[in-house]
Design a protein around this ligand. Sequence first.
Ligand code: HEC
Length: 113
Amino acid sequence: MRHILAVAVAVTLMATVVSAQERSRTQSAAVPSTDDALDGEKLFGTLCGFCHQGGGRVAGRGPKLAGTDRPDEYLLNRIRVGKEGAMPAYGRAFSETQLRALIAYIRSLKDDQ
Ligand code: HEC
């Protein structure tokens, strides 16, 4: 009985190691994109989509961003300083390039919903 238990534990451990390796392999295989809109989409999906739903295409916890008529500077400022009690400030989290990529992404959204 003890022996069977030890084998079961060993098999479980091996399966965990293999799946961790599998995961890191698929991550490092990701080709870094040079397309601003695509990078912006990735950043947006990870950090902003929780509130700006549908990738910013529909209103959720935050407003819909697709088709906004606000100027770039307004949008940049909102992302940098956020809004008390509504949206976190990301000024320290993003480089200027990343901020521009986010704006490019927001501008690339089609306002069709
Ligand atoms: C916790 C929820 C939340 C998160 C996370 C969030 N936002 Fe917001 N966002 C809001 C809310 C709420 C507003 C409306 C604030 C206001 O009244 O101006 C807003 C406003 C904005 C605006 C201005 C839109 C407009 O027309 O007034 C932009 C641009 C924006 N967010 C981009 C982003 C980006 C980019 C991210 C990710 C880096 C992000 N937000 C993450 C909640 C969020």
